[in-house]
Ligand binder design. Sequence first.
Ligand code: OGA
Ligand code: NI
Length: 348
Amino acid sequence: MATPAKLLLTDLASSVSHVPSNYIRPIYDRPNLSDVVQISDASIPLIDLQGLHGPRHSHIIKQTAQACQHHGFFQVKNHGIPEQVINNMLRIAREFFRLPESERLKNYSDDPSKTMRLSTSFNVKTEKVANWRDFLRLHCFPLEDYVHQWPTNPPSLREEVSKYSTEARGLVLRLLELISESLGLQRDYIDKALGKHGQHMALNYYPPCPQPELTYGLPGHTDPNLITVLLQDDVPGLQVLRNGKWIAVNPIPNTFIVNIGDQMQVLSNDRYKSVLHRAVVNCNQERISIPTFYCPSPDAIIGPALDLIDYDHPTVYRNYTYAEYYEKFWNRGLARECCLDMFKASTT
Ligand code: OGA
Ligand code: NI
């Protein structure tokens, strides 16, 4: 009897010496790992949030404005999230992906509209080539609406992930104030523009890969949400596109990576950029990354802030609902071109 096809990658990955054909990218779309720029520091600004509400406030605002305009990505330290909460989050993610496959599969779904699901690749229903990744996707705000859906194994998952996601939300709210101010808007402008806030997270698991030059953990994409705060373990893999070159963002302990999502680019009327990034895999080590995706409410009307539209900066986008955007994003898959072009204001 033939063995049934595997739904998940994690166990399959450890049993193969070659990448199965459905993971192999066409030649023009491979990572070219030797051509990646390996500088870490200067490439992605590192912002120290110590003294955010004190004497360093205006300096931090300036740094944020620069980072969002020129990079779309920055790192933050002294962010206020306790080290223990971070370490427990990473530990639970590792434990989850080490559970027996039969246990993990209880959470499996290929339906992107599910608010809790374990899946693989990106969107198995629509994509042609699979990605070298399994992931657990959790909605986490308001926590009481979702926590009961989460896996009960490992036994402390709900407790630790609750603590982490609450802290991550606190950090996002501080960042949203900072970013509003850096655009010259009222401090609560973005908070209000979102309607009811939404927060989800992914526990991404990238198994070691026998031929990392043939496939991606995640191919180049921009994030469709407002802002993403990424926690990663100590294994490199994230790369950001800058002036046509892929730059490796090597992990710094106790530091988060923040990136501007498509909705922030729209709110800022293109002053801030949602930048292409990707995850590559490697032969030797598993990698875990945990992005927190912060989003508008599905019915929130998104468009450029009126204060950022004037004669010299005409509106770049039309107004739309976030639900409309999100649906387009999932249907279209992770294409290189950003979804934003479909929401441009008509120029006639
Ligand atoms: C994502 C993402 C990067 C990484 O999940 O959207 O870009 O390093 N992840 O895992
Ligand atoms: Ni991303």
